[in-house]
Design a binder for this molecule. Structure first.
Ligand code: EPU
Length: 418
């Protein structure tokens, strides 16, 4: 297992390019199950979760070829076991995305139930209720959910709560259903919009993606397509915080600032200067940060996937901040590690009360999920002394070569194999 060793205190400077979005690439890869023709994707980042998805798709009979560094060609022209096994779903919950496409195209799917994880219980009841409404028979057996339908039929579905992968799962299923499906209270995340764009490129008829009402007119079959994945807004946000927390001057390039408005607004409130173009964001910090209150929400609100990184930032901001997590019930696993670095944070229910301290101090730390690990790297970049972040495989699931990119900005960070 690798560790990252960070000697903090260097203000980051320069330009850094973000990769394709993990949470857009994964559903885009899974969408290949909906057709026997080839799907060519560009800007697919080289990440742990992408590797896991390739393994899952191979298991399902999809051939996957890497082209140049960031392209993938996927072809689902055979039919595999239609089953997503436990060992894959438990390491990556996005595996559940195969459920909708498999039932829609092959009439059946057997997917392991994900169970709880480090950030909450994360049930899939909303995915299942929607598929049932579309005529699937859903049953549970030996930890697996089994769904069957000779052909799904269009339905009007009002989600009980907003769910990103739930919306994506059902949207994919509805592309091959008989008739029109209308999704109400659908997730509005840019990753949902990106998936709809790919599906429409494959011949689907989807309207309204990016709004709470999505309508999908089913078609008899989909065809091959070529698609470029959108830039990763969470990677972008993480580099923005890296610049701010070190009082640096960083321009993040190849990104879409329009996807980060809530983050940009909060950063400006902390006193950081933010300059945007259509495809880049410059962050200029002077090390003087003010505390702000943050409340996570589904898009376009403040992303839960940026909460941990902001907590690292606010732990050295002047004054008090309250961070309220409304999306997941248990997403404060980074707090205890930040405390070990000298932060002053108290968690009461869904709120974390942060009193800024002048400085964090380096320590050996580890985290149990991806974004929590990112927050510890950020804390290490500003801390006095040396921070060792263990269990780097969490970071590798969602950040491509994070240490290389940070090094290019002047950070004193290295990866060592244990
Ligand atoms: N929920 C239910 N029932 C369901 C589905 C969701 O109760 O059937 C609840 C969840 O427990 C949670 C809330 O609804 O409390 C929102 O969950 P959602 O389904 O939107 O999350 P997700 O689709 O499993 C995606 C991202 C996460 C991101 C969340 C929220 C992917 C592959 N994952 O997860 O990304 O945090 O949306 O924006 O798109 C990450 O990248 O680090 C990550 C965890």
């Amino acid at each position: 297992m690798d560790r990252l060793i960070i000697r903090g205190g260097v203000p980051l400077r320069g330009q850094v390019e973000v990769g394709g979005a993990k949470n857009a690439a994964l559903p885009a890869m899974v969408a290949s199950l909906l057709t026997g023709e080839s799907i060519r994707l560009h800007r697919v980042p080289q990440l742990g979760d992408v590797k896991t998805t390739i393994g899952l798709l191979n298991h399902l009979g999809v051939s996957v070829e890497r082209g140049d560094r960031e392209s993938l060609s996927l072809r689902a022209d055979g039919i595999g076991p239609c089953e997503a096994p436990y060992h894959l779903v438990k390491t990556m919950r996005a595996s559940v995305l195969v459920l909708g496409p498999l039932v829609a195209r092959f009439g059946r799917a057997r997917v392991s139930l994900p169970g709880g994880c480090a950030i909450g219980s994360r049930p899939i009841n909303l995915h299942l209720a929607a598929l049932e409404k579309m005529g699937a028979t859903v049953s549970l057996d030996a930890g697996y959910v089994e769904a069957k339908a000779s052909r799904l039929r269009g339905a009007r579905i009002t989600f009980d709560g907003q769910t990103v992968t739930g919306t994506e799962n059902v949207m994919m299923a509805a592309t091959l259903a008989d008739g029109v499906t209308v999704l109400e209270n659908a997730a509005c995340e840019p990753e949902v919009v990106d998936l709809a764009a790919l599906l429409n490129g494959m011949g689907a008829r989807i309207e309204g993606a990016g709004t709470p009402t999505i309508s999908i007119e089913g078609v008899s079959h989909l065809h091959g397509a070529e698609h470029e994945v959108i830039p990763d807004r969470i990677e972008t946000g993480t580099f923005m915080v890296a610049a701010a927390i070190t009082g640096g001057d960083v321009t993040v390039t190849h990104c879409l600032p329009g996807h980060l408005e809530a983050i940009t607004e909060k950063l400006r409130e902390t006193g950081v200067l933010v300059e945007e173009t259509d495809c880049s964001i410059r962050i200029l910090g002077d090390g003087q940060l003010r505390g702000v209150n943050v409340r996570t929400h589904p898009y376009p609100g403040f992303a839960t996937d940026m909460q941990a990184q902001f907590m690292a930032l606010l732990s050295i901001a002047q004054g008090s901040s309250v961070i309220t997590e409304t999306v997941f019930e248990n997403r404060f696993m980074h707090v205890n590690e930040l405390l070990r670095m000298g932060a002053d944070i108290k968690v009461i229910g869904t709120a974390a009360f942060v009193h800024g301290v002048p400085m964090l101090s380096g320590a050996p730390v580890m985290a149990t999920d991806l974004r929590a690990s990112a927050s510890l790297v950020l804390a290490g970049l500003t801390a006095q002394g040396t921070t060792t972040v263990s269990r780097v495989y969490h970071l590798d699931r969602g950040y491509e070569s994070i240490e290389r990119k940070l090094q290019s900005l002047g950070a004193d960070i290295e990866r060592v194999a244990e």
